[in-house]
Structures are given as structure tokens and as C-alpha cells.
Design a binder for this molecule. Structure first.
Ligand code: SER
Length: 312
């Protein structure tokens, strides 16, 4: 029998595609999907599912012991934009869920953990272009503070208790299967739904706001690759910078216009502009490339073509 895996937050934007990929790789029954709500038909029909609350430590432990789980992917979180509306809830969800899983690692009840961090760990004092792996981090959002704190705890549990926890600082993720929920980079997904429906789009960021982004296929592959890497190759036990592409709303709009010439975008920046302004425009991921041979595949043009193909 192969290893058993639990994905917590399996019905979210990343969780849905990650669960399906892990089921392809390790077998449907080997990958338990867990979430506070039910997910897509494909996900629900393809393997075991448990309704669970990532903040309930006893429930997380019971499910891990019941299924003899070896690896946990903790994808449940409240993202940057929603987190600013519910700071207390965001902090509790993002931190308590992490401790629940890290403690199972410390008690040797599970062997390996994946926990995503984000470009939101960076802030206005961080070098904005080609942001290094190790640099100034003064995040201004609750989400960013929770991810930065989480990174320190991951490092701590690894160094003090030997917990095999692995992490990536995801950029904004773009996918056609599941909608994102409550992030600042969500515009880069919303824009495709409008374009594919033949409608125009009103963007909540300014036209020249450059952010690091990635196509979901690359992000899922990075996640599987860092988890498959030998433990000694994973040298950063806080989290790895990861880079795919960087673009502004104007640049993605132009790339869409190549396929949909009538498509128009107007700009109506809201509170999310300040969040975007505090984040880097591009990321240096030399450490991931060197330590576990990370290599992105999708650029703006190839990503746009794929998105429109699937959504149209
Ligand atoms: N996509 C996330 C957000 O916008 C960043 O990790 O909140």
C-alpha cells in the first residue's frame, strides 16, 4: 500500500486541482479531500471526502489517525482582501490550522507537511523588483503577517522538532477550473471569465500595477516537485520564492485582445490597490531552481491562450 495523503481545504482554488493531481499520481483512494464545504462534482466523485474544520485540532488529528495519513497539504486559508475585512478571523484560521498540523508533525503522527506561503509576506520596504529569497519582510496585511509568522514557525518546528515541512511563496495563481476567493490577484482570473463571455471588464487595480503571477499547472507541479524532493535538497524551511511571470492589468488585457479584439478594460481601483502596491513586481527564485530544480513553463501568452481555450 502506498502513502496516504490528506488535503485540507481541498475544495478551494488550489486544493481542487491539487487533489485531482495527487489522485492521478498516488491513486484515488490514497488522497483524502477535506474541507468545510463540499466541492466540485469531479472532486467529490473521485475519492474519499471528509467535512472538516481546519481549526478543530481534535478533528484534524482524528481524520489523520483514522486514515493513517502520512502527508498533509494544508491549503485552507483566508486570503489578503477578505482578511482585511475579517482580521481576527483571518489570523485565527491561518495560524490555528497551521499549529494543528505542525503539532501532528512534532508528535510524529504524520511524516510530511506542505503549507503554502505567499508573496504577501513582502511589504513596501522589500526590494520591489527581482525580490531575493532572503530580504526585508514587513507585510502590511493580516494575511501577509500570518504567512510571515507561519514561515518562522515552520522553520522553528523543522529546526527544533525535526518536522519535515515544505513551503512555497505562491504568486497570484491563475486557473480556469475553480474561482479564487478573496485575494488581491483575483482580477487576473475574473478578467478571463468576462472576456470569454464576450463582456468588458472593470479592473479593481490600476492599469500599471505589476504583480508576480503563475498559471495553476505550474503551481501544482511546483507543489508536487518540492514534496517529492529528497529532504536534504529542501534547504529553505521557511518558504521558497517561486516565479512564473509578471504582468500589469494593461499587459494581460492586451494579451487577451490578441484573441478577443473587441475586449475592453476600464480601471476603478479600490482598497486592494494599496495591498497590491505593497507587494513586489517580480520575484527571484534562484534558490528553488538550484535546490530542487524548479523551472516554470507558462508565460503570459501561453497562459492566456490556455485560459481562453478552456473558458470559451
Ligand atoms: N493570491 C493571494 C492574494 O491575492 C496572494 O497569495 O491574496
Amino acid at each position: 500500500m502506498g502513502k496516504k495523503i490528506l488535503v485540507i481545504g481541498a475544495c478551494g482554488q488550489i486544493g481542487t486541482e491539487l487533489t485531482m493531481r495527487l489522485r492521478e499520481l498516488y491513486g484515488n483512494d490514497a488522497v483524502i479531500a477535506g474541507d468545510i464545504r463540499e466541492g466540485s462534482e469531479e472532486l467529490m466523485a473521485s475519492g474519499p471526502f471528509e467535512i472538516m474544520d481546519a481549526m478543530d485540532g481534535n478533528q484534524v488529528e482524528d481524520i489523520c489517525l483514522h486514515y493513517e495519513i502520512e502527508e498533509v497539504y494544508l491549503m485552507a486559508a483566508m486570503l489578503s482582501a477578505t482578511g482585511e475585512k475579517y482580521p481576527d478571523k483571518a489570523w485565527k484560521l491561518n495560524m490555528n490550522s497551521l499549529f494543528n498540523v505542525l503539532d501532528l508533525g512534532k508528535e510524529k503522527k504524520i511524516d510530511k507537511i506542505f503549507w503554502p506561503s505567499s508573496i504577501a509576506v513582502f511589504g513596501p520596504t522589500t526590494p520591489q523588483e527581482n525580490t531575493p529569497q532572503h530580504t526585508v519582510m514587513e507585510p502590511t496585511t493580516v494575511y501577509g503577517i500570518s504567512k510571515q509568522t507561519g514561515e518562522r514557525w515552520c522553520q522553528y518546528y523543522h529546526d527544533k522538532y525535526g518536522v519535515d515541512v515544505r513551503s512555497i511563496r505562491y504568486p497570484g495563481l491563475i486557473s480556469w477550473k475553480t474561482l479564487p476567493g478573496g485575494g488581491t490577484t483575483d482580477y487576473a482570473v475574473d478578467i478571463f471569465h468576462k472576456a470569454a463571455a464576450g463582456e468588458n471588464y472593470e479592473c479593481f487595480l490600476k492599469d500599471d500595477t505589476q504583480l508576480p503571477m503563475m498559471y495553476m499547472e505550474d503551481a501544482i507541479r511546483a507543489t508536487v516537485e518540492i514534496m517529492e524532493a529528497p529532504a536534504e535538497a529542501v534547504k529553505e524551511r521557511s518558504s521558497y520564492n517561486l516565479s512564473g511571470m509578471s504582468f500589469t492589468p494593461a499587459q494581460i488585457a492586451n494579451a487577451i485582445k490578441v484573441h478577443k479584439p473587441a475586449f475592453e478594460v476600464s480601471y476603478q481601483p479600490d482598497y486592494r490597490q494599496a495591498i497590491a502596491d505593497s507587494w513586489p513586481g517580480s520575484i527571484n527564485d534562484d534558490a528553488a531552481r538550484k535546490d530542487w530544480q524548479w523551472q516554470p513553463q507558462f508565460e503570459l501568452e501561453t497562459m492566456v491562450a490556455e485560459m481562453l481555450k478552456h473558458l470559451s
